[in-house]
Design a protein around this ligand. Structure first.
Ligand SMILES: Cc1ncc(COP(=O)(O)O)c(C=O)c1O
Length: 328
C-alpha cells in the first residue's frame, strides 16, 4: 500500500518506527498537534511549556492560544547569533513543565540549536521534548535517536515534497490528544483518509533527503557567496545568524543602512526574502532579528538567500553582480 510504503520511507530518514509517524497537512499542523495534543492530553495538571523567542509562527501562535486556555509559557531568549543557552533552559524548568519545544534550525537565519543537549536536560527531568525540524530535514541529520527527541515536525515542501503534506514523529508511548477526532486513521491520532498522492510525494522526497552529500557542495557555494559579498561590500555587509552552527544552505545578510525590500525589488529574477517589513512607513524588524538584538539600522537591510541542491555557481555570481549594481 502506497501510504504504508511512504511511511516507511519517512521512518528510514528519521530512524524511527513507521508506527511512530502521523501524516499531517504540513509543518504547521505537526507543530499544532505537538503543542495542543500535549496540553489537552494532560489537562489534569498545571501546564507550563518552554519554547524560544525565535520559533516559527506555527509554534508561537498555538502557544498564544494555549496561554488563553490557561497554560503558562516561557519564551527563552537567544544571543546575537540566534543561539539559546541550555543553562537558561535548565533554569526555566518547573515541576509543572509538561513540554519543551525548541526548533532545530531557524527559518530566517539558519542557526542550529543544541537540540541534543536540550533534549538531554528534558529527559533528566522526565519532560517531553519536541523539535520543529521543518527547516533542517534533508539539510542536516535529523535522526530522532541522535537528537533524543520525543516529537519532531516535518514540513514536506521544505524538502522538495509537494506543498500540503508533513508529518509528526511521536515516540512510542507518547500520548497526544488528536486535533481531528473521527475514525481510527493514523493509529487513532488523526482522523481522515490519508492522501496517497501526498504521502507518496513525502516518501519519495525522504528517500532523496537520506543522501546529505550534496549539502557539502551547497555549503561550499554558500560560503563562497558570503566571501564574495564581503570582498565586494566590506563593512557595509553583516552576517545574521551563527557563523558556523548554521544550516548549510542559508545566508542571511544585512546591507547596513539600506532597506532589504528595496534591494530585492530592484533585482529581477532573484527569489529571496527580507528580514523586516514596512508598516505605515515604519520599519519593523522581524521578531527573530529583534530577539537577536539586531539594531534597526542593520536589521532593516536584511536579506535571506536560500540555496538549493540545484543552485549553480553561475547563479550566485549573477546575484553578486546584481547586488553590486543595486548598491553602488
Ligand atoms: C521552521 C518552520 N516551521 C514550520 C513551518 C510551517 O510549515 P508548513 O508551511 O508546511 O505548514 C515552516 C515553513 O513554512 C518553517 O520554516
Amino acid at each position: 500500500m502506497i501510504v504504508e510504503r511512504s511511511r516507511q520511507q519517512v521512518a528510514t530518514l528519521l530512524g524511527c518506527a513507521p508506527e511512530e509517524l502521523v501524516f499531517t497537512s504540513g509543518g504547521s499542523e505537526a507543530n499544532n498537534f505537538a503543542l495542543k495534543g500535549t496540553f489537552f492530553a494532560r489537562r489534569d495538571r498545571a501546564a507550563h511549556i518552554i519554547t524560544t523567542q525565535v520559533e516559527h509562527p506555527s509554534i508561537l501562535a498555538p502557544c498564544g492560544f494555549l496561554e488563553r486556555e490557561g497554560a503558562r509559557i516561557t519564551y527563552l531568549p537567544v544571543d546575537s547569533t540566534g543561539l539559546l543557552d541550555p543553562d537558561d533552559l535548565r533554569r526555566a524548568i518547573t515541576p509543572d513543565t509538561i513540554l519543551i519545544s525548541i526548533m532545530h534550525a531557524n527559518n530566517e537565519v539558519g542557526t542550529v540549536q543544541p537540540i541534543e543537549a536540550c533534549a538531554r536536560i528534558a529527559r533528566e527531568h522526565g519532560i517531553r521534548f519536541h523539535t520543529d525540524a521543518a527547516q533542517s530535514v534533508g539539510k542536516i541529520s535529523t535522526r530522532v535517536e541522535e537528537l533524543g527527541v520525543d516529537l519532531l515536525s516535518i514540513a514536506g515542501h521544505k524538502l522538495y515534497a509537494p506543498k500540503g503534506v508533513g508529518a509528526l514523529y511521536v515516540r512510542a508511548g507518547t500520548k497526544l490528544e488528536p486535533l481531528i477526532h473521527g475514525a481510527g486513521h493514523e493509529g487513532g491520532r488523526r482522523a481522515g483518509t490519508e492522501s496517497a498522492l501526498l504521502a507518496a510525494g513525502l516518501g519519495a522526497a525522504c528517500v532523496l533527503a537520506n543522501d546529505l552529500t550534496p549539502m557539502k557542495g551547497v555549503r561550499e557555494l554558500r560560503d563562497r557567496f558570503w566571501t564574495s559579498l564581503q570582498a565586494r561590500f566590506g563593512r557595509r555587509v553583516v552576517l545574521n545568524g551563527h557563523p558556523e552552527k548554521r544550516l548549510p544552505n542559508t545566508l542571511n545578510v544585512s546591507f547596513v543602512g539600506r532597506v532589504g525590500a528595496d534591494i530585492l525589488g530592484a533585482m529581477e529574477g532573484v527569489a529571496a526574502s527580507t528580514g523586516s517589513a514596512c508598516h505605515s512607513g515604519r520599519i519593523e524588524l522581524s521578531p527573530v532579528l529583534a530577539a537577536m538584538g539586531v539594531t534597526p539600522e542593520v536589521g532593516m537591510g536584511a536579506v535571506r538567500f536560500s540555496l538549493g541542491r540545484e543552485t549553480r555557481a553561475e547563479e550566485i555570481s549573477a546575484v553578486v553582480e546584481a547586488l553590486s549594481g543595486v548598491l553602488s
